[in-house]
Ligand binder design. Structure first.
Ligand code: MG
Length: 254
């Protein structure tokens, strides 16, 4: 058997390399072309990620960057210091309405432990002002499990308790699918997917309706976009780095 190097010398290294490149290219082309779904997808929009993890990407609406709560109705009553906002007085609502969205927020329950159960570090993120992901100090603090931190309140507990200690900053990354209605009829329920401190705690959890404290969840038809509400429940919970982005439509044509 002849040494391949002899071949190379005879044929020329550059020629072999060129033929190999053409062959590999052909294989790649064949794989890409091997099966087609027949669906014409729109070209995904270019979005620039933030320079640091947890930061707002280029297409996000920044709701709080540490300087002011101008994007919120009622925001002037919350205290802002050291780049965070402290809940007090009453809840606040975004001036803008949102439907299906990705929400990032960071919160810290009070470092000094006061109260117990639902009275300890209670707040909440109400998507569309109606559907609550609970905020609570659930670090070694017992309460009913469908009311603990990262629960879909009175609907489903988180899969795990991912709480940090009181006073430590925590993250929520929430994917919310808004419900759809046809008149009084629910044609698609709402869903929550939630990562708490980067840990999956709600996985496409179906909602049974709006959050209530004293009655079962139930749907009431509403607009496609409604303000986000942050709850004040008597405890000075701190917030920072809040941004939201609508889930872009991605519909292909057959
Ligand atoms: Mg709450």
């Amino acid at each position: 058997m002849r040494c391949p190097l002899d071949c190379c010398r005879a044929f020329g290294m550059k020629t072999w390399a060129a033929l190999a490149a053409v062959a590999l290219g052909s294989i790649g082309w064949a794989l890409a072309d091997g099966w087609e779904s027949g669906i014409q997808w729109p070209t995904p929009q270019v979005v620039t990620p933030a320079a640091t993890p947890g930061g707002a990407p280029s297409d996000a609406t920044v709701l709080f960057d540490g300087t002011n709560l101008d994007a919120w109705d009622g925001g002037s009553q919350w205290k802002i210091e050291h780049g965070y906002a402290i809940s007090q007085g009453s809840g606040i609502n975004t001036k803008e309405g949102f439907g299906s969205c990705q929400l990032h927020l960071e919160f810290a329950t009070p470092e000094k432990i006061e109260g117990s159960g639902q009275g300890r570090g209670n707040s909440g993120a109400y998507l569309m002002g109606k559907y609550e992901v609970q905020i609570l100090d659930s670090y070694e603090n017992e309460t009913y499990v469908d009311g603990q931190c990262a629960a879909i309140y009175k609907t489903k507990p988180p899969m795990v308790n991912a709480c940090r200690k009181p006073g430590e900053w925590q993250t929520y990354d929430i994917i919310f699918e808004a419900p759809e209605f046809d008149g009084d009829k629910v044609t698609k329920p709402a869903y929550f997917t939630v990562l708490h401190n980067g840990i999956l705690v709600q996985n496409h959890t179906e909602l049974l309706g709006s959050t209530f404290w004293d009655e079962p969840p139930h749907y009431e038809p509403h607009a496609e976009r409604l303000p986000l509400h942050l709850q004040f429940h008597g405890n000075p919970v701190r917030f920072r780095n809040i941004w939201i982005r609508e889930i872009p439509p991605m519909v292909g044509k057959k």
